[in-house]
Write a protein that binds this ligand. Structure first.
Ligand code: GLU
Length: 423
């Protein structure tokens, strides 16, 4: 395999993606020769974002937008604001979007953006200036038919509103379909905020049934209590499960009889984080993966399930709410230990599925009810997980490899049919 000159190998998110492609290659028969097309992004843009801070100084931030593949349609994927964002991470996240959209059979390629910034350290006005300047810098490669950003870690509907407004101001007309995850009065879709967590729940319930794991009284540990983790936790608790451990950037809370999630959400709104919430008690962060529980939901950042975690974790089912939480070698260990993982590219795809609905509604200027959104999403998610389950059974492989087989076949057949320009 040839490595890209601008990416150093090693234990990185991008190298983890390449390892995942290597695992799928043997299943692709003739299409295997075409897999190199996915081993590099189609286009990567690095931008400088100067921002005038409230004290009058100018700070420069690094920004990125990577379009990994545009083979099946416009690029699609979120924008991350986080201090660890770099080109390597954005490339991996864009590639996972390519696989995710194809696994769900949505008519999109994969893309991702990011800014290396800690948004909690900026005032609202500074954040707005940052989001607007970032949008201006990537303006010429995004658009409803080109590449459609959305929220990810550290961004939200307000930031999407600023992005949509900036793009529209440059164009001279209001173009709602350029981003998804917008506020509902600006062409956003009902159900979008909760969609990712809901998708984790729907695919998780489906696979729990298949592996005969009883959800009533099942113990669940959740890493990350943002949009995804909090909604998935709430839905599982409504189905009788006990959410016994929750970790966010501030603390790890443990309560064996089950944490009161409604109270925790209120507490988090007031305090900005979960630290200090009682009656749950705080334990050391390192103990999170040692808790005895049936289900773990990593719903924060990538690379957290290492080989060491995979060897010791006591779980029956792992639901990947985050993108890329499991390293490839850890994946192999979990497979040997017969621990089932619902992979990110299916498990957290509820978000991009409702983003797809939002884009369709914006283009048609005709909006659906929340029930319609949820019903349509449930059908797409259930069909996807069933197809992946069936593929894994036929090929005797993990659910991740099965999802990659289905996705790569769709992308590489499309690539073959389109041909190589200029021929
Ligand atoms: N950032 C989300 C993801 O990783 C959503 C992307 C989208 O809606 O385009 O899937």
């Amino acid at each position: 395999m040839n490595h890209l000159s601008y990416i150093h190998q090693g234990n990185t998110a991008w190298s983890n993606f390449l390892d995942q492609l290597d695992r799928v290659a043997p299943y692709l028969n003739d299409l295997q020769d075409r897999l190199d097309t996915l081993r590099r992004p189609k286009r990567a843009l690095i931008v400088d974002i100067p921002v005038e801070m409230n004290d009058g100084t100018i700070k420069h931030f690094e920004g990125f937008r990577v379009q990994h593949s545009l083979t099946r349609g416009p690029g699609k994927g979120g924008v991350r604001f986080h201090p660890n964002v770099d080109l390597n991470e954005v490339m991996a996240l864009s590639a996972w979007m390519t696989i995710k959209c194809a696994a769900l059979n949505l008519p999109f390629g994969g893309a991702k953006g990011g800014v290396r910034v800690d948004p909690s350290k900026l005032s609202k006005r500074e954040l707005e200036r940052l989001a607007r300047r970032y949008t201006s810098e990537i303006n010429f490669i995004i658009g409803p038919q080109k590449d459609i950003p959305a929220p990810d870690v550290g961004t939200n509907p307000q930031i999407m509103a600023w992005m949509m407004d900036t793009y529209s101001m440059n164009a001279g007309s209001t173009i709602t379909g350029v981003v998804t995850g917008k506020p509902v009065h600006l062409g956003g879709s009902l159900g979008r905020v909760k969609a990712t967590g809901r998708g984790v729940y729907i695919t998780g319930m489906d696979v729990a049934k298949k592996i005969q794991l009883e959800i009533n009284q099942a113990r669940i540990c959740v890493q990350g209590f943002g949009n995804v983790g909090s909604e998935a936790a709430a839905l599982f608790a409504q189905s009788g499960a006990k959410v016994i451990c929750i970790q966010d950037h501030s603390a790890t809370l443990y309560q064996p009889e089950g944490i009161d999630l409604e109270l925790l959400v209120q507490y988090q709104k007031q305090h900005g984080a979960i630290k200090g919430f009682s009656p749950a008690h705080e334990i050391a962060n390192a103990l999170f993966w040692d808790i005895e529980a049936e289900i773990f939901i990593p719903a924060a950042l990538e690379g957290v399930i290492t080989e060491q975690v995979a060897q010791s974790i006591k779980a029956k089912l792992i639901l990947e709410g985050a993108n890329g939480p499991t390293l490839s070698k850890a994946d192999d260990i979990l497979a040997q230990r017969q621990i089932t993982i619902v992979p990110d590219v299916i498990c957290n795809a509820g978000g991009v599925t409702v983003s797809y609905f939002e884009w369709v509604q914006d283009l048609a200027s005709y909006f659906w009810t929340e029930d319609e959104i949820n019903q349509r999403m449930d059908v797409i998610m259930r069909n996807a997980i069933n197809d992946v389950w069936e593929k894994a059974r036929q090929q005797n492989c993990s659910l991740r490899t099965a999802a990659y087989i289905l996705a790569c076949e769709r992308i590489l057949i499309a690539r073959k049919e389109r041909g190589t320009y200029p021929g």
